[in-house]
Design a protein around this ligand. Structure first.
Ligand SMILES: [Cu+2]
Length: 613
């Protein structure tokens, strides 16, 4: 045990040293004028032109998703999801406030695009909240968060969100284990009272509305990253797990005792069927399957210690499991897995879940290098694995299982993304590597170093670094979507505004009073509000519905109210509601916070709050 811990400690120290060496190399490469000029030309998007791809990357505990263009790597949008964002007024109006449910942050890790027949269809982007066990849906019609759903029983919704072939489900797995249904049990009862969970969130095919579907009770391991199957494996999903030791305390030591952990293989179709057949119990309000009682839903596959990602090849035939403490990626054959299940070729059980015989399902090992984390695939039959300890990305051939190229990056790399990289038909062409530790790649701004992403051209035999961009903290996973796959709207058509208090001319605005409740329907258009005077009494509850009557691109109005922590932003054709209590007598100006015309500065009015007698 001691020896093993020493190895871990050594590995933990190594990254700085390795990254420093590679830093020099990259600088040397940058010194090659021809290469630098060539790279600059290939990433230059001239003024007036737009990028070819959208890069959606998660901002970790900022609770946001960021959008950049590829190849320019320019940051073009911030999508607030679990966090209020005054820039777009998110979390200030009643509707978005209710969606946030009183929380002001989330931990976004793995964005996932909706799919049709295994390929990105450009409808929605789903993201997880690792901290507070939620998933959210962003509509790519307007790049806004439309729904946040809580997953009961799931403790640490990290292994999420992974979308099935036709967006039937978003699949997720709990990072932590805890007693189900929010119950109490001391940590000393970890082994017997704590459980992990694999969850299927049902997605309505038309509206995208999410609801809790099925859950599977799992042994108290820690579940990590996953991916869904494709083609022959499309009814399955896979996650890595660590802490097969079922340990508590200092996990870096206690959960690294065994040479092997597990990959979870879950047949989500079988889980769906089991629920339909009444084989699940309702726990915490969700149908939970106990795999010890319902065989055929989950299996465990041994994997070298502490794996991080498991990624299914585009043809759906292989699963690549990255053991972050082993210098290799283990390749499993889906067909062999099916045969092992059929033959009951098991090497043991964990809480009634069959453990498949490792030798029977493993088909190859790819010696990628130190600290493999994640793999994505291109359209030419290659896999790309990020190497955290080595600060590099390895490119290897599916089928040959040999590394054909390796590119150093100037930092400890975490996630990477290939354009279309987890779809049935990847686009290829570009790969973006994202830092974990940033290594001073930008002007210093103090102890918290700016983060980096590297855009890599993967069209040739050798990978070529094209650009290193600042990346909003803290980058986790990403998705790359072809720009022509979507056509976002530019205004909300009036006909689609179903807000009961929407009005379309200033003369329809009104103030009504019922006792201490004041309701105001307000109209905003260039460049005035109607009404301009909101006269209320101290202690009144004010409900304000604001319609932006514009039908012109980018004609956004904001309603900023002094000393009330209110900034509602209304896009063209939108209506939003904000409710507040006029607590303190006085005069409070309100004004348009979003520049709208040459006379934008004139767009103002007053809330007067009369003192109580
Ligand atoms: Cu305005």
């Amino acid at each position: 045990m001691k020896k093993r811990f020493k190895l871990l400690a050594a590995l933990a120290v190594v990254p700085g040293v390795i990254a420093l060496g590679i830093n020099q190399k990259v600088i040397a490469q940058g010194g090659d004028a021809r290469t630098a000029k060539d790279a600059a030309e290939r990433t230059f998007v001239p003024p007036g032109k737009t990028d070819d791809y959208y890069l959606f990357y998660s901002g970790g505990h900022s609770g946001q998703v960021f959008v950049a263009g590829i190849p320019s790597m320019r940051h073009i949008s911030t999508i607030p999801v679990f966090t209020p964002y005054p820039g777009t007024g998110y979390g200030y109006d009643d509707e978005s406030k209710a969606m946030l449910g009183g929380m002001t942050w989330g931990d976004v890790h793995h964005p996932a695009l909706s799919k049709t027949k295994g390929d990105y269809d450009g409808r929605w982007l789903f993201v997880n909240d690792n901290a507070n066990n939620r998933v959210a849906r962003i509509d790519l019609r307007d790049f806004k968060t439309k729904q946040i759903l809580k997953l009961p029983n799931v403790s640490g919704n990290h292994g999420s969100s992974f979308v099935t072939d036709n967006t039937e489900y978003i699949l997720s797995a709990s990072r932590f284990s805890a007693p189900l249904a929010g119950k109490y049990a001391p940590v000393s009862e970890y082994g017997k009272s704590y459980s992990g969970v694999v969850a299927g969130v049902k997605v309505d095919a038309k509206s995208g509305k999410m609801s809790n579907g099925f859950q599977v009770k799992m042994p108290p391991f820690n579940y990590d990253l996953g991916s869904v199957g494709k083609g022959p494996s499309k009814d399955w999903a896979f996650w890595t797990s660590y802490n097969a030791e079922r340990a508590t305390g200092r996990l870096e030591v206690t959960a690294s005792q065994k040479p092997m952990d597990y990959i979870v293989a879950c047949n989500w179709k079988a889980a769906e069927k089991a629920v339909k057949e009444g084989k699940a119990d309702t726990v915490g309000g969700v149908k939970v399957i106990d795999p010890a009682k319902v065989p055929g839903v989950v299996y465990l596959i041994p994997c070298p210690s502490s794996p991080h990602g498991v990624d299914v090849t585009p043809d759906g035939k292989y699963m690549a499991g990255a053991g972050k403490l082993a210098p290799l990626v283990t390749i499993y054959d889906f067909e062999k897995m099916q045969q092992a299940i059929a033959k009951k070729d098991f090497q043991g059980k964990e809480d009634g879940i069959p453990v498949l015989n490792f030798a029977s399902v493993k088909t190859a090992e790819v010696p990628v290098g130190l600290g493999p984390l994640h793999t994505e695939y291109d359209d030419q039959g290659y896999g790309y694995t990020s190497l955290y300890l080595e600060s590099a990305v390895a490119k290897w051939k599916i089928g040959d299982w040999k590394v054909v190229d390796k590119i150093p990056v100037a930092y400890n790399v975490g996630h990477l993304v290939v354009a279309g990289g987890n779809a049935a038909n990847p686009y290829g062409k570009y790969m973006v590597a994202m830092n974990k530790l940033s290594k001073g790649r930008h002007l210093s701004v103090g102890p918290s170093q700016p983060e980096s992403s590297t855009l890599v051209d993967i069209t040739g035999n050798k990978m070529t670094a094209l650009y290193e961009a600042f990346t909003e903290p803290e980058p986790h996973a990403a998705q790359i979507l072809k720009a022509d796959k979507i056509k976002p709207i530019e205004v909300y058509p009036k006909s689609e505004n179903h807000h009961p208090k929407a009005i379309w001319k200033a003369s329809d605005s009104k103030i009504t009073r019922k006792g201490k409740n004041v309701e105001i329907t307000m109209y905003a258009i260039r460049s005035y509000f109607t009404p301009l005077e909101l006269n209320v009494n101290e202690g009144d509850k004010v409900t304000l519905h604001i319609t932006n009557g514009e039908q012109t691109r980018d004609e956004i109005h904001g309603f900023g109210l002094a000393d009330h922590d209110i900034n509602v932003v209304i896009d063209p054709g939108e209506t939003k509601t904000v409710t507040f209590v006029a607590k303190k007598a006085g005069v409070y100006p309100f004004y348009c916070t979003n520049f709208c015309s040459a006379l934008h500065q004139e767009m103002q009015g007053y809330l007067t709050v009369k003192p109580r007698k």
